[in-house]
Design a protein around this ligand. Structure first.
Ligand code: NAD
Length: 529
């Protein structure tokens, strides 16, 4: 079932003195062009800059596993079943006819990137983004993981009620072979009380250090048993409440390790999984909104040079918001308020109906327009230095997020958004959007993208001018931002929420690794004679 790791052929070969191919690596020189801006007395002095980097990508795609925390949930079971359907080319009957399995919704499997122009025709050439650099194919992912619910995976898929019956019927024997998820860590204080009934698959005891060791051993065993080169550990379990940030407890690498040793009450299950992955040297991605990455965890990842990424999958409403808000603000239109309502009836919605868990989601969904507003102080008043309250943050649109649990609609989430904006000379514009779709079928391809991209980023090294050795990328993988509602970035650097900018960063980075310039829409040949 799990084809052995192979090196994919290179579909794109860059012929340039800046790009070199060996059996093991693709090495490319890249000129990073930017500008330093000096601001004085309202005057901007801009000096163009050029920095030289070299990127080195290991060509062999290792055998890769994904260990999901929350494997028996809607996303986890849907991911397993759809990979099985794709691997075995299982098609199924729907009332509209026969449906083939596919990876629609995955940026890496279903979208393209522009690599240049064909000289004879002048037409732009687009290639699958997965052909730019060697990437693991989702069919080759080995999956496993944990769940506090011990329901076997075939039954978990039925419970989720996401997939069509005829598909479930056919993948059921394969799902039954996967069996039960591994027992997991359950601290009832962190998820909604309404989840208690399904918590029947739990690692016993309350000793958090013992739990950490248990999870580390699970990761090691999974890796060894499946002869994997890389395991991506992925939180797709229920949203937890926020952990309180307490100086001396979770603020530094040593403190978080000590807090686990002392079984401190503010250490969440997701933080234990993140620390276990970091200490095992395997990447950890957080697909939910809670602050798993307390400062001590980020510091530990930096110290151990182990990769982390998140937070929260950017699937529907927020993805659209990060497009629409940018469109409005960049068009010189001033959103005055954005009001977002959701209702959904799956287990995620049930968990989010509890206030502390809703709070995590609300925070994650709220900051998504901040960078666009901050970038246009013609429309919005800038922060007032030394001021308190709202003025200190600068003017922002009113922004509310409401989520309600409505069991009848199941996994088919409804999202209603109103964008109310100021237009020319005091006019007003109202845009209403109603978005309805199966939540887990939007989320599953994002989990695949995050896993595949994370694996790739662990194989890319860089060196700057004058450096002799290649070094791994910075441990916080902010290139995952496109798929994340609340992107985790290097502490002290700006978060980019705009979907267009996030995508451009991803395309440009992948192209830089083969020595190509980023996307340019200058298209000079079409504008000059
Ligand atoms: P779900 O409730 O169907 O599945 C979550 C699973 O996690 C359940 O099977 C539950 O038993 C398990 N679980 C809870 N605590 C656990 C623990 N400590 N260890 C192991 N397992 C645990 O939810 P879902 O729809 O699959 O969503 C999963 C997560 O992804 C949620 O946090 C959700 O907010 C987030 N998310 C989902 C979407 C989407 O579109 N579906 C978008 C963004 C974020």
């Amino acid at each position: 079932i799990h084809p052995t790791a192979v090196r994919r052929p290179d579909y794109i070969t860059v012929q340039s003195e800046n790009t070199a191919y060996t059996d093991n690596h693709i090495t490319a020189k890249y000129l990073d062009r930017g500008a330093d801006v000096l601001i004085s007395d309202g005057q901007f002095t801009v000096k163009p800059t050029v920095k030289t980097y070299e990127f080195q990508t290991t060509r062999k795609v290792g055998k890769t596993g994904i260990m999901m925390i929350g494997m028996g949930g809607n996303n986890g079971s849907t991911l397993c079943a759809t990979i099985v359907a794709n691997r075995h080319q299982i098609s199924w009957h729907t009332k509209d006819g026969i449906q083939q399995p596919n990876y629609i919704g995955s940026v890496l499997r279903a979208s393209t990137v522009r690599i240049g122009t064909e000289p004879s025709t002048g037409k732009e050439v687009h290639v699958p983004i997965s052909d730019v650099l060697p990437m693991v194919h989702p069919n080759d992912l080995v999956f496993g993981g944990w769940d506090i619910s011990g329901l076997p995976m075939d039954k978990a898929m039925e419970r989720a009620k996401v997939l069509e019956y005829d598909l479930q019927r056919q993948v059921k024997p394969h799902m039954a072979l996967i069996g039960r998820p591994l027992p997991s860590i359950y601290y009832p204080d962190f998820i909604a009380a309404n989840q208690e009934a399904r918590a029947d698959n739990i690692i016993p005891g309350t000793d958090k250090q013992a739990h950490l060791e248990h999870i580390r051993a699970d990761i090691r065993r999974f890796k060894a048993e499946n002869q994997l080169d890389r395991v991506v550990v992925f939180w797709t379990a229920n949203t937890e409440r926020y952990s309180e940030i307490i100086p001396g407890v979770n603020d530094t690498a040593d403190n978080i390790l000590a807090a686990i040793k002392n079984s401190h009450s503010e250490v969440s299950p997701s933080t234990i999984f993140a620390v276990a992955s970091i200490l095992e040297g395997e990447p950890f991605v957080n697909g939910a909104p809670q602050n798993t990455f307390v400062p001590g965890v980020i510091a530990l990842a930096e110290r151990e040079k182990s990769f982390i990424g998140g937070d929260d999958l950017k699937s529907g409403q927020t993805k659209l918001k990060s497009v629409l808000a940018e469109f409005l603000v960049n068009a010189g239109i001033k959103p005055l308020s954005i009001a977002s309502y959701n209702h959904l009836g799956n287990n995620d919605g049930h968990n989010l109906s509890a206030e502390p868990q809703f709070k995590s989601k609300e925070i994650s969904k709220s900051s998504v327009v901040d960078d666009m507003v901050d970038a246009n102080r013609l429309l919005y008043k800038p922060p007032v230095p030394g001021a308190k309250g709202k003025a200190a943050k600068g003017e922002h649109p009113d922004h509310i997020v409401v989520i309600k649990y409505v069991p009848a609609v199941g996994d088919s989430k409804r999202a209603i958004d109103e964008y109310y904006s100021e237009i020319f000379c005091g006019g007003r514009q109202t845009i209403n959007i109603f978005n309805e779709c199966e939540d887990s079928l939007l989320a599953t391809p994002l989990i695949l993208d995050l896993t595949i991209l994370t694996e790739l980023l662990t194989r890319i090294k860089y060196r700057g001018e004058g450096q002799t050795d290649f070094a791994p990328l910075y441990p916080v993988l902010s290139l995952l931002s496109y798929m994340c509602k609340a992107p985790l970035v290097k502490p002290g650097t700006d978060v980019v929420n705009s979907l267009g900018r996030q995508r451009n960063a991803l395309d440009s980075f992948l192209k830089a690794c083969i020595g190509l310039e980023g996307n340019s829409d200058l298209l000079l040949e079409t504008r000059i004679c």
